[in-house]
Design a protein around this ligand. Structure first.
Ligand code: ZN
Length: 285
């Protein structure tokens, strides 16, 4: 059975990027709780350098969960020192994720190092780093969630583009397990076009590796593939079908709205965006 999100707002999460980073995290937490959502996913830019335990307490006291902590430092580098520095930065972020009580640390893994043409090498660096970060995450009680991105980002943001490939990496790094600490973050923006998306979702669910599910929409025309995402229902993605597939595969955690939208949603008042998001969770997700 697909969950009825109109009756289960606590199953819905707000990725704070949806609100355009217009207000300090304290105000964002208050607004998300006031609107009735069950969770939020903050970004490091809102947390690092702040009083992380105090932020964690405010989130808990507001009755909210942390569906994910966004996101990893890009891993591939041209030098060993650069690679180590990226891994260490991620270890520090995973510590903050633990303090926040985050369900997962979301990993956007990075593309090619500057001037490199070695995408296979970039992928190997990511796998090596993920194995090390997985040990670190387990010690701290934080699960790692690999987010494959749409291939248009392969050079600059993520050499990991396919859900099936992300699952191959999970198997390779962690092996078969009934209690995985390494899984995937499935974002409709990055996965909807994939002809194998449904079989990959089924595979991920059977392996208990669906850790996060992100929703938004793909606008036509799209003015900017990074910051022109649409609200669910405004574009061409069959969001309902993908959510049904994810839930049929056993996913029962948060459905998280993540909408990068410079020209539209980021120009609106936070409470207005939250109110319309709530409505679209019910009608178009
Ligand atoms: Zn996402």
């Amino acid at each position: 059975m697909v969950r009825d999100l109109s009756a289960d707002l606590k199953a819905c999460a707000i990725n704070t990027a949806t609100l355009g980073f217009q207000a300090p995290i304290k105000e964002v937490v208050e607004a998300v709780a006031r609107a009735g959502f069950g969770a939020l996913a903050p970004w490091r830019r809102e947390v690092e350098g702040g009083d992380v335990p105090a932020i964690a307490k405010q989130i808990r006291d507001a009755g909210l969960k942390v569906s994910g902590y966004c996101r990893s430092t890009y891993i591939p580098a041209n030098t060993r020192d650069g690679f180590r520095s990226n891994v260490e930065s991620n270890k520090r972020a995973i510590m903050d994720a633990a303090v926040l009580g985050a369900d997962t640390f979301v990993m956007v893994v990075g593309g090619l190092p500057l001037h490199s043409k070695d995408i296979a090498g970039a992928r190997q660096q990511v796998k090596d780093a993920t194995a090390e970060l997985l040990r670190h995450g387990k010690e701290l009680g934080v699960r790692l969630s690999l987010e494959p991105l749409h291939p248009v980002y392969a050079a600059e943001r993520s050499c990991l583009t396919l859900t099936a490939e992300a699952l191959d990496w999970c198997d390779e790094i962690e092996g078969g397990t009934l209690d995985p600490w390494l899984g995937v973050c499935l974002d409709v923006y990055h996965t909807w076009w994939d002809p194998n998306v449904l079989s990959s979702i089924a595979r991920a669910g059977a392996a208990r590796r669906i850790f996060n599910f992100h929703v938004c929409d793909w606008l036509v025309p799209t003015e900017d593939v990074l910051n022109d995402r649409g609200m669910m229902g405004d574009g061409v993605i069959d969001v309902k079908a993908l959510r049904a597939a994810v839930e049929a595969a056993g996913y029962r955690s948060h459905v998280e709205a993540e909408i990068f939208s410079v020209r539209n949603w980021w120009t609106r008042a936070i409470d207005e965006t939250l109110s319309i998001t709530r409505e679209r969770f019910a009608t178009a997700t």
